[in-house]
Design a protein around this ligand. Structure first.
Ligand code: IFM
Length: 457
């Protein structure tokens, strides 16, 4: 069977987006309601009270966006498919008009010489499935297979490289434990059930696509280097690593949940949840691994406060883990994440050693306030030199990881457009292209021009 992942002879480049963050048109052409429509409508859920109903209106402006991708000179465009556009009720009837949109997008990219790569799930679960329990239920994993196959049947002749999930850690733990992402549930250790069902659904889709002759099925994980601060209890640091990294990698590589993980996630020892054959199915199911990297994670010891409150809010996203704090060193981006490119190099080298899989940096980028506009030969644009430096340093870190032997095939910048940044609404900008929220005008920033020049060599 032919493989279509880049060969890795040289580092290849792409730009990424995600359906709910850019498409808008949330009621067009029979699209069903997603958990992000519901969550974003909840008072206080997003920082500015806004939602993705308009976003970048890419549903209507996709040719303009395809022009921008082609103009940038990257090899591929990483997009995600919205499940509620394709199966509005989560299961059953397929909405052909939803698939037609992705058909048009894929053709627009190909016509411009850009290779499309798809992600089946970037967090927009149909609300109808959440109403039946969402990712806490095994049936959601089974429904995911029918949905993914419907998409693959329509697009698979032109889109060869697929990821099943984007950052299942966020879907499971921010969604069902911390409650800061959709569906906004705070159910502690129940989130480990979501994690298992997400991995099971990955394994089932990989198996189905392999049977359909595809050998380019991966999964995108936001793994993180875990760098404990001095004095962090060993069980806390290990627990953070287990929930952030090992809950995904161990089943993929070893077909098991290890003892350290089971200590913080006893739910994963439940034979009703992890059924015979589940882990064997997941083991070896990924043909490649996507790594989304932004920042290292630094667990630290808890310093009791006078009122005895010891729990750090972020601990909620690590259910079962003993209380820890999370340290963020300087410099930081506008979203408050530490800038440390050596974390990417370490992560790539270590993940390749651990998995032996071909790797893609499927997301990397930075939020900056983007206050500085300057006049240039092509008109006024955002002069985002801080983002240029971030991208330059992280691409260099990726190259260093390759020199150290990590099989990294590609680097994909997050993100093409300023867009709906989940719980942050439209207050944090990661785009290399500015999008005017009133006119939807797209204006490439200095970082876009910088990447364009770099790719021209
Ligand atoms: O915008 C998100 C993206 O959807 C998933 N990875 C992290 C990005 C920045 O927060």
């Amino acid at each position: 069977m032919t493989q279509h992942l880049p060969t890795g002879e040289q580092l290849t480049f792409g730009a990424a987006t995600a359906s709910y963050q850019i498409e808008g048109a949330t009621t067009a052409d029979g699209r069903g309601v997603s958990i992000w429509d519901t969550f974003a409508a909840t008072p206080g859920a997003t920082r500015d009270g806004k939602d993705g109903s308009v976003a970048c209106d890419s549903y209507h402006r996709y040719t303009e966006d395809a022009d921008l991708v082609a103009g940038l000179g990257v090899d591929y465009y990483r997009f995600s498919v919205a499940w509620p556009r394709v199966m509005p009720a989560g299961t059953g009837a397929v909405e052909e008009r939803g698939l037609d949109y992705y058909d048009r997008l894929v053709d627009a990219l190909l016509e411009r010489g850009v290779t499309p790569t798809g992600t089946f799930y970037h967090w927009d679960l149909p609300q109808a499935l959440e109403d039946k329990g969402g990712w806490l239920e095994r049936d959601t994993a089974l429904a995911f297979v029918d949905y993914a196959l419907a998409v693959h049947e329509r697009l698979g002749d032109r889109v060869k490289v697929w990821a099943t999930h984007n950052e299942p850690w966020c879907a499971a733990y921010l969604g069902y434990a911390a409650g800061v992402h959709a569906p906004g549930r705070r159910e502690g250790g129940q989130a480990h059930r979501a994690a298992h069902h997400l991995m099971l659904s990955h394994g089932l889709v990989a198996q189905a696509l392999h049977e359909a002759g595809n050998r380019d099925v991966g999964i995108v994980l936001n793994l993180a280097p875990i760098w404990p601060e001095p004095g962090t209890p060993a069980e806390a640091a290990d627990g953070v690593d287990a929930v952030r990294n090992r809950v995904w990698l161990d089943p993929l590589v070893d077909g098991e949940y290890d003892a350290g993980l089971l200590r913080v996630a006893p739910e994963l020892a439940d034979p009703d949840l992890v059924r015979d054959g589940d882990l064997a199915l997941i083991r070896g199911s990924a043909d490649w691994l996507g790594i989304n990297y932004y920042t290292p994670v630094r667990p630290g010891p808890v310093v009791p406060t006078p009122d005895g409150e010891e729990r750090h809010p972020e601990t909620d996203a690590y259910p079962g883990v003993p209380p820890v704090t999370f340290h963020v060193r300087e410099p930081r981006t506008h979203i408050g994440w530490e800038v440390e490119s050596s974390g990417l190099e370490e992560l790539l080298v270590e993940t390749h050693r651990r998995t032996g899989l071909p790797l893609m940096v499927t997301e990397n980028g930075a939020a900056y306030a983007d206050q500085t506009w300057v006049d240039g030969p092509d008109g006024r644009h955002v002069d985002d030199q801080d983002r240029v430096a971030y991208l330059r340093d992280h691409i260099a870190a990726t190259e260093r990881a390759r020199e150290a032997g990590a099989d990294v095939r590609g680097y994909i910048v997050w993100t093409l457009l300023d867009n709906f940044e989940w719980a942050e609404g439209y207050t944090k900008y990661f785009g290399i292209v500015h999008v005017d929220p009133d006119t939807q005008d797209r204006t490439p920033k200095a970082s876009y021009r910088w990447l364009q020049e770099r790719l021209r060599g």
